[in-house]
Design a binder for this molecule. Structure first.
Ligand code: 13P
Length: 250
């Protein structure tokens, strides 16, 4: 399956000028990005400017609201995102779940995105790892609840990003071990197979996110059974992000 590397800029950078420069710098080496999809999920307010830059990098958003229009102050609909060449959108990032996002709202957001042809990147992952393996049930419950009622044939259009909260950001304890990544990727495909069928499970992209960096990306993508990465901090550094992308190029 074609690999995918997705950057999540989160609430960065501070100016549109920096955002344009960062995107252009990542695009500089795009001739090397063969047989791989590269996506950057940017703050919505930069989309208009970034959509004007011609490159192979695909634009994504970091969140969406599930209603089509109306009195929802501050929200942005899926249809609005399509005005700016947005092809992907993160749903249920743990930083949004910490602000009140639920599996139920994730489900509505996924449905809204699929309706307009935007690929949802559904984030799942446990807060901590426990010895009795309760974290496996947490991930299973998140996936099943977020995908409830979605037509089986549309499931392969969704990306699942396994992002254990303990591995994310500056407070991360560590990144996932390659063997842990391998195990979780298989487990997630098995969950998908159970709610659909093995063929659909095989066609869905399951990726890893959490402290992905230049040091661990090659091993994770070669031996970790992952279809790609969701990268936070190191997507803000064009050189590092480029190297991570290159580790996924065959
Ligand atoms: P870091 O790569 O900074 O750990 O962030 C991961 C993440 O949250 C991507 O969505």
């Amino acid at each position: 399956m074609k690999k995918i590397v997705i950057g999540n800029w989160k609430m960065n950078p501070a100016s549109v000028k920096e955002a344009e420069a960062l995107l252009k710098n990542v695009a500089k080496n795009q001739k090397d990005y063969k047989n791989i999809d590269v996506v950057i999920c940017v703050p919505n307010i930069y989309l208009s400017n970034l959509a004007k830059i011609k490159s192979k990098i695909i634009l994504g958003a970091q969140d969406v609201f599930y209603e089509e229009s109306g009195a929802y102050t501050g929200e942005v609909s899926a249809k609005m995102l399509t005005n700016f060449k947005v092809k992907y959108c993160i749903v249920g990032h743990s930083e949004r779940r910490a602000m009140g996002e639920t599996n139920e709202t994730c489900n509505k957001k996924i449905i809204a995105l699929l309706k307009v042809g935007i690929t949802p990147i559904l984030c799942v992952g446990e807060k901590t790892r426990d010895e009795s393996h309760e974290y496996l049930n947490i991930v299973k419950k998140q996936i099943e609840s977020c995908l409830v009622g979605i037509n089986k044939n549309l499931l392969s259009k969704i990306i699942i990003a396994y992002e254990p909260v303990w591995a994310i950001g500056i407070n991360a304890t560590r990144a996932v071990e390659t063997s842990e990544c391998q195990e979780m990727m298989l487990y997630i495909k098995k969950i998908i197979a159970n709610i659909s069928n093995p063929k659909i499970a095989h066609s869905i992209r399951v990726i890893y996110g959490g402290s992905v960096n230049v040091q661990n990306s090659l091993d994770l993508i070669t031996n970790g059974n992952t279809d790609g990465f969701l990268v936070g901090r190191d997507s803000l550094n064009a050189m590092k992000f480029t190297k991570i992308i290159q580790s996924g190029v065959k």
